[in-house]
Design a binder for this molecule. Structure first.
Ligand code: 13P
Ligand code: SF4
Length: 336
């Protein structure tokens, strides 16, 4: 018999990308989510940029590499992906037999959107003698057009794994690309894309903040623009920033990445002070609007009704898998 709730849920999903179903405010969502995890043998994988409540119910919280690695090895029947679309898509590419659900199908990524598949194909076709390294923040179409994927945790090692003299295209993030050119000395052809969150930081406000907090370390994600990176005491992926904030003796940190990471930093080092790097806008907000489309309510609903589900074209999935596997193999060789 067809479950009427699932039918209604699917209808409600169509226009919005998430289940718009009223939930009683008296429902203990933390308890319900734990119950659903057991009932459905589900695992919740969450990115550091998710709201604190989602991080608190997640089974694993990590950066893009850690999340892909967890997705690859999970024994769960259902992967509940609290992140953005390209991350859930990566989990599905690695797990065709598993159900992958996400709280909001429309949680996209400005960086991934900056490289539409058809334009990227034309660009790649113009440079047939180049190897293509793509940052994981891209669509499955772009992944399928790439030779190897990287994340900010392994990008340097991936670039260095390409034989010297081999020409390289790096896409889609121009800031991470420029940072890698500087770090590795490889002259790569860069796609002109960027992340709206990491390009918003104000150099002027950060400089002033550093003067007011002379002992604070400025830590920055490599998706930030070059003037911010030049000022930074440490540059790394979200996981690397978190580890640095734990191991470094400094008691104060100015954090130039999405503000969601501060939750784990504060939990790991309760005595330390973490200041979000100020953006160049009037609302003083450096939240990722895509990541923050996910809420605890939507997470609960997607687990309960198993919608929205990530569905992929099989030929595209297979083509996008190989460059991700190459990345995972190289990462394993380096113990990343
Ligand atoms: P990492 O978590 O891999 O550092 O990437 C940051 C990011 O912008 C994810 O969207
Ligand atoms: Fe995309 Fe930037 Fe948001 Fe990450 S923080 S999901 S790169 S828009």
């Amino acid at each position: 018999m067809v479950d009427i709730n699932i039918v209604v849920a699917k209808e409600k999903l169509t226009a919005k990308g998430f289940l718009d179903i009223a939930i009683s405010p008296e429902l203990d969502l933390f308890f319900e989510i734990e119950k659903l995890k057991k009932e459905k043998n589900a695992v919740i994988l969450a990115h550091y940029y998710q709201e604190a409540d989602i991080q608190d119910v997640a089974d694993y919280i990590g950066d893009s590499l850690g999340l892909a690695q967890q997705a690859e090895k999970t024994k769960a029947d259902m992967i509940v992906f609290a992140g953005v679309h390209f991350m859930a898509e990566t989990a599905k590419i690695l797990n065709p037999e598993k159900k992958v659900v996400l709280p909001d199908l429309k949680a996209g990524c400005s960086l991934a959107d900056s490289a539409p598949g058809y334009l990227f194909k034309a660009f790649r076709d113009k440079h047939p003698d180049h190897i293509v390294i793509s940052y994981i923040n891209c669509s499955a179409e772009v992944k399928a057009l790439s030779d190897i994927i990287c994340t900010s945790s392994n990008a340097e090692k991936i670039v260095e794994s390409i034989p010297p003299g081999q020409k390289i295209i790096f896409a889609p993030d121009r800031n991470l690309g420029a940072y890698l050119v500087k770090k590795t000395g490889r002259d790569m052809l860069l796609w002109d894309g960027a992340c709206m969150v990491h390009e918003i930081f104000s150099l002027e406000k950060i400089t002033k903040l550093k003067i007011r907090h002379p002992n604070a370390k400025l830590i920055a994600h490599p998706e930030c623009e070059e003037p911010i990176l030049r000022l930074a005491d440490f540059i790394g992926s979200t996981t690397a920033l978190l580890k640095y904030s734990q191991s470094n003796a400094s008691q104060e940190f100015i954090v130039a990445t999405e503000a969601g990471i501060l939750h784990q930093m504060q939990l790991a080092s309760p005595g330390k002070t973490f200041i979000p790097a100020p953006p160049d806008n009037s609302c003083a907000c450096n939240d990722c609007p895509h990541m923050k489309l996910n809420t605890l309510e939507k997470l609960y609903l997607c687990m309960k009704y198993e919608e929205p589900e990530l569905i992929m074209d099989e030929a595209l999935r297979t083509a996008a898998r190989r460059p991700i596997e190459r990345m995972l193999e190289i990462s394993a060789q380096y113990g990343l």
